[in-house]
Design a protein around this ligand. Structure first.
Ligand code: 13P
Length: 339
């Protein structure tokens, strides 16, 4: 385990003005995204969509790292360059999703446990050889009637910490992602209560598993009301509650926090990040968005080769606006301006 290297990579992932592109949709998730543009999810369509995103002109100025799915880590650009090499040459760090998904937690109706620990050490050794320098594991916590249970929170936090330890053993920076979903009708206060409990348990487990905090990145949800809530909190309230919770539970030894977008609109996710970055903070606060970086690009591309550069423009535009949000310099009026 090379502590200096882990800390260097973690800092580079959250470096000023940059954030992470989450392009690690599993085969079943990318199929849902392609369904929305009526495109078959073939291996070649998945490959060319990812090539469009990764080679978007200008994007490297705003993107520090890209999270890949196993299939993508092994694919090549049209000119034969392996995707991890294409990214590395642009100064973008390749990362890899290593969990195998959230499965029903036996005995706990409506709750899940994320799987993927068996054989993980061996997979990490291979991923490192293929060029990955960081990894991601996503735990999923749903809010509903009587859930989450403290048992499900503890089980998921334990798995996250075991994953993080294996990553660091293999010189791979773990992105630790405990996602409290924004599905459902819960209030922002309920999201705050649950997220606080989750983050506290996660950092207790990370300490118990002897995780080197300087060599990891946290990927949390923002504190936000459920999508079906009658009372949607305003952007200032979201930013304020999120910063409050993070300050209470995330040690300043962690170099950076990179949010998921979780179903927020692209503009909402950018605005919330920018508002938070108007405060002095003990860690870098940036983005690790999937949908909030890709939605516009996916629509503009629509699976047509002729729209390749139109899709790239949309991707670069969102990356640039989110980059501005990392210094608190984004404003909603920029949405209508050209990329
Ligand atoms: P979203 O930003 O679309 O939530 O995706 C981020 C991610 O990587 C979820 O694991």
């Amino acid at each position: 385990m090379n502590l200096g290297e882990l800390a260097r990579i973690a800092r580079a992932m959250v470096v000023k003005n940059k954030g992470i592109l989450a392009a690690d949709e599993s085969t079943s998730t990318i199929k849902k995204r392609f369904d929305s543009i009526k495109l078959d999810s073939t291996e070649e369509h998945r490959r060319s969509y990812r090539e469009m995103l990764f080679s978007a002109p200008g994007a490297a100025d705003y993107i520090s790292g890209v999270i890949l799915f196993d299939e993508t880590l092994r694919q090549k650009a049209k000119d034969g360059t392996a995707f991890p090499d294409l990214l590395t040459r642009k100064g973008i760090i390749p990362g890899i999703k290593v969990d195998t998904g959230a499965k029903p937690l036996a005995g706990f109706k409506g709750e899940t446990i994320t799987e993927g620990l068996d054989g993980l050490r061996e997979r990490l050794v291979e991923y490192y050889k293929l060029g990955a320098r960081f990894a991601k594991w996503r735990a999923v916590i749903d809010i509903g009637d009587g859930i989450p249970s403290s048992f499900a929170i503890a089980a998921n936090a334990h798995a996250l910490a075991r994953y993080a330890a294996l990553c660091q053993e293999n010189d791979i920076v773990p992105i630790v992602e405990p996602e409290v979903l924004m599905d459902g009708g819960h209030s922002i206060d309920r999201c705050e209560e649950v997220t606080s409990a989750v983050l506290q348990t996660v950092f207790d487990q990370l300490a118990a598993h002897r995780i080197y905090l300087e060599g990891m990145v946290l990927k949390p949800n923002m504190i936000i009301a459920g999508k079906k809530a009658a009372n949607r909190a305003g952007p200032e309230q979201v930013a304020e509650a999120t910063v409050r919770v993070l300050k209470r539970h995330v040690p300043p030894a962690v170099p950076g926090i990179a949010f998921l977008s979780g179903g927020q609109s692209s503009a909402e996710a950018t605005l919330h990040l920018s508002l938070m970055n108007k405060n002095p903070l003990p860690w870098a606060l940036t983005f690790s968005y999937g949908r909030a970086l890709q939605d516009d690009a996916l629509k503009a591309w629509a699976g047509q080769a002729a729209n390749f550069s139109a899709g790239q423009k949309e991707m670069a535009k969102r990356a640039k606006l989110n980059s501005l949000a990392t210094t608190g310099s984004y404003s909603s009026s920029m949405e209508s301006q050209a990329a």
